[in-house]
Design a protein around this ligand. Structure first.
Ligand code: SF4
Ligand code: SF4
Length: 178
């Protein structure tokens, strides 16, 4: 029933920025895992984790792909880290129209970290030998309505990209295949 409370395991990854050395192994394994077929190629542009790099000052900040945003936000804050200035978008997790990060290079569809669905532990965590990525699990009460909202956000992005008619045609074809 809608609105009924239930619990689920919430997976998250804690990032220890001080330990990241910018090796980008996390980008490599993430893009390979999500290649089709799996592990057939790797392309960091397909990765759901990106390293914001400033090698001259040894700053590497892992950023995970989060939610899809239909429009760019009004945020124009600046960050200064070790004397180097970054704009707010540099560390943003959203797949958004104003920048190329977290978009599938061929289709332009938004990318979002799925915690390596089907794996016992996220692969970027396994491959991070510097231990900058730490996998954590906790149990949380969730609302069915929230899950419904997430589904609608995903569908909205497909409608924006392909139009309602094409999307409905594709769903009808998938239903026919059974
Ligand atoms: S694998 Fe770990 S150390 Fe290497 S870039 Fe990714 S987060 Fe940083
Ligand atoms: S948890 Fe999996 S999907 Fe998410 S960034 Fe890491 S490797 Fe990619």
């Amino acid at each position: 029933m809608k609105g009924e409370k239930k619990t689920k395991i919430v997976k998250s990854i804690r990032i220890d920025v001080d330990k990241c050395n910018g090796c980008r192994a996390c980008e490599v394994i993430c893009s390979a895992f999500h290649a089709s077929p799996k592990y057939s190629s790797n392309n960091p542009a397909r990765s759901r984790i990106r390293i914001i790099r400033e090698p001259l000052t040894d700053i590497y900040v892992p950023v995970y792909a989060g939610e899809y945003a239909v429009a760019e936000c009004a945020g124009r804050d600046k960050y200064t880290i070790d004397g180097k200035e970054y704009d707010e978008c540099a560390f943003c997790r959203a797949s958004c129209p104003s920048r190329p990060e977290f978009k599938e290079p061929d289709s332009g569809l938004p990318l979002k970290c799925d915690m390596c669905e089907g794996e016992d532990e996220p692969l970027c965590v396994k491959w991070c030998l510097a231990e900058a990525l730490i996998y954590e699990e906790r149990e949380e009460e969730i609302d069915d309505v929230v899950e419904q909202a997430e589904l609608e956000i995903g569908l909205d992005s497909l409608v924006d990209k392909y139009g309602m008619e094409s999307l409905m045609d594709a769903v009808a074809r998938m239903a026919d295949k059974g």
